[in-house]
Design a protein around this ligand. Structure first.
Ligand code: NAD
Length: 480
């Protein structure tokens, strides 16, 4: 029997109502562990514990909060190889990506360890004589954090660290298909010096545990990353009882390639952006919008690069593209590959189910050409290693098509023209714009987020994280 991993509630490890196996997508005979499925009442217990701890933690010295986050970050960094291996094993991204993501989680904890000490307010003169006005930032209270499977340690880190840094208490629910890294974070935080109840982990199904968190009136804020569909449920339920809501959701990110682009850079941006992490990134480039002069050379370059990509077991250091996360995501990818062909696009490369040494959810990266922006493969998020090329006549048409989408997370352009790069940065309807860089791949000390259906509420990460995790108070004083 695989090892069992429990919930963490009010400073105690607590058994679940049942346990769910976490299956390695590179080798389905390998069970990473059995992870607790919390009962709804246990989610309520966690919220009660977080509520009970909120006042003291909110008033604790920022030094205490800073020290706890520093300690957690140190342990994550010290164990990055081991935790990165676990991440690759449970989620299927390559070892280099798994270790890199774990190191990123540590950097996020270290960053917010500093931010805990930098919370500031303002003192202003009042418009009324003899009165002073000051603003300060206070914690929100209990924050519910709900995360997806595709960045199982970085996304929890960039929600948990700012929540705790600014004096909130946390009830955290990781994705059911990749809970191991979330559990490791809870284990590390259980030794970081946090009082009981400040941080709680409840694992299990979104429709049970997640649902209990978003509907509970004791939760003052919910930060969610995941699909547009679930995000809508979170907004309605949590917003409905007055909680603040922050949502990061899907993308259909364009990469524009202009005739004057450096071809090698453009091909590299496309291949990395579309296929690394098996295309399972909200910032993945899924629409490659290419002007006609460079189109054929670009397509030939991308296909040549794709032929060299090694798809394989995520923990094999030679692997460049790991498996798809699970059977249902693989089915979704395959159905879009079929749909694209029915819609009239040409499957120029890949899109085949692969049988390798170990039984896993392997798919060769797929490239469509001759696609149009109104095809469903270009309108709906596929969330796999699938990209399509849209041929356009010039920059203006490329910009229009890039913006013609319900999403607005990340957008990229490859060009050597300052004029077009500057214009694209200004007119792109995306929260993040990349010039001669892949659409995926961001820094942790600057804001992250999108527009339209990709995001809702204030930005995550960097100093902007305080907008969500603090509430401003305005105090007036008349010296007596
Ligand atoms: P998902 O929406 O299925 O699940 C996300 C989380 O919500 C999980 O923890 C799940 O258990 C929980 N959940 C499900 N139903 C719920 C309910 N009724 N109430 C409360 N919680 C519920 O998403 P996923 O498949 O895990 O992740 C893939 C999606 O995440 C993609 O759409 C991707 O674009 C998006 N994503 C966005 C970003 C971003 O920052 N914009 C980053 C990574 C992933």
């Amino acid at each position: 029997m695989a090892k069992q991993f429990d919930n963490f509630i009010a400073g105690e490890w607590v058994k679940g109502a049942g346990y769910q196996p976490n299956i390695n997508p590179s080798d389905t005979s390998d069970i990473v562990g059995d992870f607790a499925r919390a009962r709804v009442e246990q989610a309520h217990d966690a919220i009660a514990a977080a509520s009970g701890a909120a006042m003291d933690w909110g008033l604790a010295s920022p030094q205490v909060r800073s020290d706890a986050l520093r300690k957690a970050g140190d342990e994550i960094l010290g164990r990055k190889d081991e935790v990165g291996y676990l991440l690759s094993r449970e989620e299927g991204k390559t070892l280099a990506e798994g270790i890199g993501e774990t190191a990123r989680a540590a950097q996020v904890f270290h960053f917010f360890s500093g931010e805990a000490l930098r919370l500031s307010g303002e003192t202003l003169p009042s418009v009324r004589p003899g009165i002073s006005v000051e603003t300060s930032r206070e914690p929100v209270g209990v924050i519910g954090l709900i995360t997806p499977w595709n960045f199982p340690i970085a996304i929890p880190a960039w929600k948990i660290a700012p929540a705790l840094a600014f004096g909130n208490t946390v009830v955290f629910k990781p994705a059911e298909s990749a809970p191991a890294c979330g559990w490791v974070l809870a284990d590390i935080l259980s030794r970081a010096g946090l009082p009981d109840g400040v941080f709680n982990l409840v694992m299990g199904k979104g429709s049970e545990v997640g649902d209990a968190i978003i509907h509970h009136p004791g939760v003052g804020g919910v930060s969610f990353t995941g699909s547009v569909k679930t995000g809508g449920l979170v907004r309605d339920a949590a917003g409905g009882h007055g909680a603040r809501v922050q949502l990061e959701m899907g993308g259909k990110n364009p990469l524009v390639v202009l005739d004057d682009a450096d071809l090698d850079i453009a091909v590299d941006c496309a291949v990395q952006g579309a296929f690394y992490s098996t295309g399972q990134r909200c910032t993945a480039s899924s629409r490659l919008i290419v002007t006609k002069g460079i189109h054929d050379a670009f397509v030939a370059g991308v296909i040549a690069a794709m032929k060299k990509l090694k798809v394989g077991n995520a923990v094999d250091p030679k692997t460049q593209i790991g498996p798809v996360v699970d059977a249902s995501q693989l089915n979704q990818d395959m159905s879009y590959i079929e749909l694209g062909q029915k819609e009239g696009a040409t499957l120029a490369m890949g899109g085949e189910r692969l049988e390798l040494e170990t039984k896993g959810f392997y798919l060769s990266p797929a490239l469509f050409t001759d696609s149009a922006n109104d095809m469903r493969i270009n309108r709906e998020e596929i969330f796999g290693p699938v990209a399509s090329v849209i041929r356009v006549k010039d920059y203006d048409e490329a910009l229009n098509i890039a913006n013609d989408t319900a999403f607005g997370l990340s957008a990229g352009i490859c060009t050597q023209s300052l004029k077009y790069a500057s214009d694209f940065k200004r007119k792109s309807q995306a929260g993040m714009v990349m010039v001669n860089l892949p659409t995926a791949g961001v820094d942790y000390h600057v804001p992250f987020g999108g527009r339209k259906r990709s995001s809702y509420g204030s930005r995550e990460q960097g100093a902007y994280a305080r907008e969500f995790y603090t509430i401003v108070k305005t105090a007036y004083t008349r010296p007596s």
